[in-house]
Design a protein around this ligand. Structure first.
Ligand code: ADP
Ligand code: ZN
Ligand code: ZN
Length: 734
């Protein structure tokens, strides 16, 4: 092959492929996935990746030569590119968008330009080669210089530099040198796996008998049934057989907790971690370790599904119902569960999903494929707390500040007296949820997004939860000029304040995404809570997952209805899951737990099933509704959002697309199986200053329908001022 197809990442242009001539001396070593340097116009030498080869040029021009191979170890394989290509197709987006999301591209780009300080330290030493001495000599002469410059001038490699740094001859900047993200766990002592017992054995054996199944296997086990220990046993089997394991958790905090647990059981050497907040330098090195097959278990959040783990023998997705597995924005709007399924097929490995409250579709398929395994009791047989319902129609008036009912207060008091801990869930952040004029009724909305601005007492500002715009509290109503503006509605900050009023001498803390501005703040608070240094933890759904603290014996949900009232076909499912999960935090140890739900709708079916923690009952009702209205799993939803700063133009282009789509499906005679709904204004009509209209496509033709829609979408060209977002299998339709 004469030419290499390379991907470059150019500022302003994004990621694109170009052809370069392969110099003779590179022929024998060049490989797909290698990082190279190529000349690029006025920008000089830039970083690129080899993604293919060819004997011909795609046009009539003279190709430039590849300058050098930066690292002979490829960063990905052909198989890996195939996976990304599949993802691009499935999510109706282009390949480079997926590649951009998958590869730590920024890091490569950054390393090329970052000031690389090499501090020369000593040159006397045993076992230095002549070459290494030359490098040290060159360093001595230069002192500080950039990485690329230095590597270029001295013709050294990162690997060589690392060796010298490790041996203490030079000191290089942190960006450059390998830092193990697991270093914080280095003192962890390994301990043996637990012997499984009872239901765990049955589940384990059942799952083992299905490991050849091409379909996902579901482990449905109540909270604290010991699912994780079952996973560990399966992981042990897989790594003993010489293959590797990918283990996903829905978010970073849970992935870190999990990594710690894995390190304890399998030794830190074999475990790696991957998520969006490890640094670029760390990512680069984890990436290389994985590619060289130096780690056996990779734990991570959503994006870890794109890490180049080799020779996968098992993929586990814990808390598989979590919406955090789906990336909503920006594209690729991928679902790690869907990608993992494809990845598993590539490696002929099983995919194991686990949850106490499985996704309705996951459960449906698992039952139909006979791939469902259940654990109905907690590992230590401590009973699941059965939630008590506080009907706020009755208790609301006497409640403290209208929101903390008397029964909840007395439970809190008693729990604190027993020196046990309390979790209070309020699924809205901020202080109050809206600001209204008492004169004319106007609600203060974000000028760019059609949602109410929310009062944050901590920063004394109104804040938009969609675009983060902040503004001072207005003196007068913008509509009628009256000064009768007041805030109402309840958010986590208000609950925190009220609890501190009621219990001034108690250690109360709050966890919601507003505290995440400090890196790891969330993990630190959870650790403090775990150690018993916090008595009452107030928070959003962020506290509903993962906490395994045996001293928590009271869980209070202040406004249990809030999840159910979202205009979305998954609202009941989400509400049920949240309440069941948070209830599962209570009484996990030897003490019995109590759960209180405050609600204004005690009779709602999803609420009733959450109350009895009866998943099957909920599933039966819910699946009927899905079938009746052709929602997933009975159809695939493809959502199109047309947006523009001009309301009329957004609507017009949405109408045109819907019309064309309808004409096409009519022409092919399957409009009944490929239904187009809309356009309608989105529930959030305006976002970041853009008016939004949506078209929902219900595809009941599986692959064939998907292909039809994606072909149709490929042909669409839109005026510059109109944006189209395509969301395949959206998790919400707001
Ligand atoms: P889940 O993942 O279902 O929420 P875990 O696996 O975290 O549950 O188990 C809950 C608790 O019970 C954990 O503290 C765990 O270490 C303990 N546990 C589970 N299985 C066993 C076992 N076989 N032997 C001893 N302890 C166990
Ligand atoms: Zn007014
Ligand atoms: Zn806004």
């Amino acid at each position: 092959m004469k030419y290499a197809l390379v991907l470059v990442n150019i500022k302003g242009l994004g990621v694109k492929t170009f052809s370069y001539l392969i110099p003779d001396e590179m022929r024998s070593i060049i490989q797909i996935g290698q990082a190279v340097l190529v000349p690029f116009g006025r920008q000089g030498l830039i970083n690129a990746f080899i993604v293919g080869f060819s004997d011909y040029l795609p046009g009539d021009f003279k190709a430039k030569k590849i300058n050098r191979i930066l690292d002979e170890t490829p960063l990905f394989s052909l198989k890996y590119l195939k996976l990304l290509e599949w993802v691009a197709n499935y999510y109706c987006t282009d390949f480079v968008t997926v590649l951009n999301a998958a590869l730590p591209m920024k890091l490569i780009e950054k390393n090329a330009k970052v000031e690389f300080s090499v501090i020369y330290m000593k040159d006397e030493g045993e076992g230095l080669t002549k070459r290494q001495r030359e490098i040290l000599q060159a360093l001595k002469e230069r002192g500080k210089c950039s990485l690329i410059e230095f590597e270029e001038q001295v013709k050294t490699t990162r690997t060589t530099m690392k060796k010298l740094a490790d041996a203490g001859f030079v000191k290089v900047s942190e960006e450059y040198i390998y830092r193990n993200p697991l270093a914080i766990f280095k003192d962890i002592k390994t301990e043996p796996l637990y012997e499984l017992s009872g239901e765990q054995i049955t589940a384990y054996e059942g799952i083992r008998s299905k490991l050849k199944s091409p379909n996902p296997i579901l482990l449905h086990g109540v909270t604290a049934s010991g699912k994780t220990e079952v996973y560990f046993k399966l992981i042990k089997d897989v790594i003993d057989s010489g293959r590797n394991v990918l283990f996903l958790a829905p978010e970073i905090a849970l992935a870190s907790q999990l990594t710690k647990r894995l390190a304890r059981k399998f030794g830190i050497k074999d475990v790696a971690i991957w998520h969006s907040s490890i640094s670029d330098g760390e990512k680069y090195d984890v990436w290389q370790r994985l590619y060289k097959n130096d780690s056996k278990i990779l734990a991570g959040a959503r994006s870890a599904v794109f890490a180049p783990l080799q020779n996968i023998g098992l993929i586990i997705i814990d808390e598989e119902h979590e919406s955090a597995y789906k990336q909503t924005n920006p594209a690729p709007r991928y679902d790690a569960r869907v990608v993992a399924r494809r990845l598993a097929q590539f490696h002929q490995a099983p995919l194991l999903l686990g949850s106490a409250t499985p996704d309705i579709s996951t459960y449906y398929y698992a039952v139909n494929n006979n791939n469902l395994f259940e654990m109905k009791n907690r590992f230590n047989n401590s009973p699941l707390a059965s939630p008590q319902v506080i009907n706020m129609q009755e208790y609301g008036k006497a409640a403290y500040r209208g929101i903390i009912s008397k029964p909840l207060q007395s439970e809190i008091t008693e729990t604190l007296a027993r020196k046990q801990q309390v979790i209070l869930l309020m699924n809205r952040r901020g202080y109050s949820t809206y600001t209204q004029c008492r004169s004319c009724g106007t609600v203060i909305e974000c000028p760019d997004c059609s949602i109410p601005m929310i009062w944050h007492s901590s920063i004394k500002k109104l804040k938009c939860h969609y675009c983060n715009r902040e503004m001072s509290f207005p003196d007068f109503c913008p509509a009628c000029g009256s000064d009768a503006l007041s805030t109402s509605g309840v958010g986590t900050q208000k609950i925190e304040a009220y609890i501190k009023e009621l219990y001034p001498n108690v250690r109360t803390e709050r966890i919601d995404s507003d505290i995440l501005t400090r890196k790891n703040a969330h993990i630190e608070l959870l650790n403090k809570f775990q150690k018993g240094e916090i008595d009452i933890l107030v928070g959003t759904q962020m506290i509903a997952k993962g906490l395994d603290n045996p001293n928590v014996t009271l869980v209070g949900v202040l406004s249990a209805d809030s999840g159910f009232s979202i205009p979305d076909f998954r609202a009941s499912e989400r509400g049920f899951q949240l309440l069941t999960q948070v209830a599962g935090r209570a009484g996990r140890g030897e003490f019995k737990g109590k759960v209180l739900f405050q609600t204004y709708n005690p009779d709602y079916y999803a609420f009733q099933s959450a109350k009895s923690q009866n998943y099957e009952k909920f599933f039966e009702t819910e699946i009927k509704a899905r079938q009746e209205f052709d929602y997933p799993p009975f159809s695939q939803i493809i959502r199109l959002i047309l947006s523009s700063q001009n309301n009329f133009r957004a609507e017009k282009s949405a109408m045109e697309i819907a019309l064309r789509l309808n004409t096409m499906t009519d022409k092919f005679g399957f409009s009944e199986y490929l239904e187009t709904l809309g356009p309608t204004p989105c529930v959030i009509e305006k976002l970041h200053g853009f008016y939004r209209f949506q078209i929902l496509i219900k595809n009941k033709l599986s692959q064939k329908g998907h292909d039809f829609v994606s072909k149709f979408l490929n042909k669409i060209t839109l005026p510059k001022d109109i944006k189209l977002a395509i969301d395949v299998d959206p998790l919400d339709i707001l």
